[in-house]
Design a protein around this ligand. Structure first.
Ligand code: CMC
Length: 436
């Protein structure tokens, strides 16, 4: 953190002394005002529900310029990573800070693929769930349960342990997601096949059966890999902040990642891709493209509680760069499968066009986010809607664990402990029940 030439002065209207606050500059992006001594110097806290103006950590991993619509992982633009690298390169980048050279790439792939199996006992844990359980409920349980299986990598203050936990999590997430899918549909689990790429192995575990050899389709594998890259990290979003806060107590890393999975499930976050596809299917049922106007009217009605899912973002006030790349993959996948006339895709494009021209969305700077097209791609690949968020969790695990490890390795790290503005009852005494 570099001190900037600026300092901030905070003064109060009641005549109490003003104070100077240090200002720090990052390598890019807004400066931050350091308020760590505010309470000690003034007896006051800041108030910022939803962390609209609060930087909770320093990080070197991901940078977003929401106005420009720019996303960088370790300085590299997402567009270059999505077109020139694969997901494992991206994981390496997030974890170690730079893209791997040829040897590092091979070694990393070998390392990850050596950890793809899960303890056989996990199957019995999984069997405790109802078959119709939501995959995110199952994933929250399964990822948390990893903490009971891998005791040799839980000393978070040991960098080697942190690295082993990171590799295990990245390697085992595809196995767990596909197991939860297979369990739900009553098919046998397919064990990982380490000669395949990360994405192809995942698709084989999802769609293969012991009866026939599974032939990965290159276009679909590439699209799956792109979905993983685009979802791998996104700065201090709700689930990443959850992982950091949970992990700040020094808890088991698998438990901290399970907390991230739980947070991601919500429809305002990772659950939006599922909600977006359900929304498109609902408009389709209502009558399709002709009903878009009616639907938009409902969205604009503040009393309706209807949102245009897959639109809007806390940080992007411009087109989400991930949405552009996902839109491209959508065309590629539908083309490869001969589904160019897919009614849901046509509906999505028509809805996007109308929304982008509507003053409600324009004035609020609401653009499609990554989830707008990722659901259509996943549906075309054959992934059931209820599994979409689990796939997001699979990919985001790379970012979560990189962020968690960065936090623990930061000498300035402290257990997270926000304060509050208390607005409840002042002190009072308990009266005997007859007098209440
Ligand atoms: N449809 C209709 N109106 C919207 C939408 C939307 N999707 N998003 C925001 N608005 C309106 C909102 O009602 C508010 O209007 P007003 O100023 O009149 O009260 C204004 O736009 C600002 O919205 P906000 O709720 O203050 O914005 P936020 O930064 O708190 O919320 C968001 C961001 C992503 C939660 C929200 O845009 C949303 O709910 N979008 C739909 C869900 C979605 O697609 N989420 C995925 C996010 S990307 C994947 C990820 O990273 O997890």
């Amino acid at each position: 953190m570099k001190p900037s030439d600026l300092k901030a002065t905070l003064s109060f209207s009641d005549g109490s002394p003003s104070i100077d606050l240090p200002v720090y500059a990052g390598s890019i992006g807004p400066d931050v005002v350091d308020i760590r001594k505010l309470y000690a110097q003034t007896g006051k806290f800041t108030y910022d529900p939803g962390f609209m103006s609060t930087g909770a950590c320093q990080s070197t991993i991901t940078f977003i310029d929401g106005d420009k619509g720019e996303l960088l992982y370790r300085g590299y633009p997402i567009e270059q990573l999505a077109t020139q690298c694969d997901f494992l390169d991206t994981c390496y980048l997030l974890l170690y800070g730079d893209l791997p050279n040829a040897k590092q790439q091979t070694d990393f792939k070998t390392l990850v693929t050596q950890h793809t199996m899960v303890n056989e006992q996990m199957q019995f844990f999984l069997r405790g769930f109802r078959r119709d359980a939501h995959p995110m409920a199952v994933m929250t349980g399964l990822v948390g349960a990893l903490s009971a299986f891998y005791h040799d990598s839980t000393d978070v203050h040991n960098p080697k342990h942190r690295e082993v936990a990171a590799i295990r999590l990245i390697a085992k997430m595809p196995t767990l997601v596909s197991m939860s899918y297979k369990y739900g549909i009553g098919q046998p689990y397919i064990y990982p096949k380490n000669s395949l790429s990360y994405a192809a192995n995942f698709m084989r575990m999802m769609f293969g059966t012991p009866c026939e050899e599974y032939e990965p389709n290159d276009v679909l594998v590439r699209a799956m890999d792109r979905i993983f890259i685009l979802h791998a990290d996104h700065e201090q979003n709700a689930s990443t902040s959850t992982v950091r806060l949970c992990g700040s107590s020094g808890t088991n890393p698998y438990a901290a990642i399970a907390a991230g999975v739980a947070c991601l499930w919500g429809p305002a976050h990772g659950g939006a891709n599922e909600a977006c596809l359900n929304m498109l299917e609902e408009i389709q049922r209502m009558g399709g493209v002709d009903k878009i106007g009616e639907f938009i009217t409902q969205v604009k009605d503040k009393n309706s509680n209807v949102k245009l899912m897959g639109f809007g973002h806390r940080v992007y006030r411009n087109y989400d760069p991930r949405a552009k790349l996902m839109r491209e993959s959508c065309h590629e996948v539908l083309g490869a499968l001969g589904l160019q006339d897919d009614p849901l895709f046509k509906l999505a494009m028509a809805l996007e066009k109308i929304a982008l021209e509507d003053d409600y969305f324009v004035s609020r700077k609401l653009y499609p986010n990554v989830d707008y097209y990722s659901g259509i791609v996943q549906r075309a690949i054959g992934i059931p809607v209820s599994l979409f968020t689990a796939i997001f969790a699979l990919a985001r695990t790379a970012g979560w664990i990189a962020q968690l490890n960065e936090m623990i390795g930061d000498p300035e790290y402290k257990i997270g402990r926000p304060r509050q503005l208390y607005t409840g009852s002042v002190r009072r005494d308990v009266k005997p029940v007859a007098k209440r």
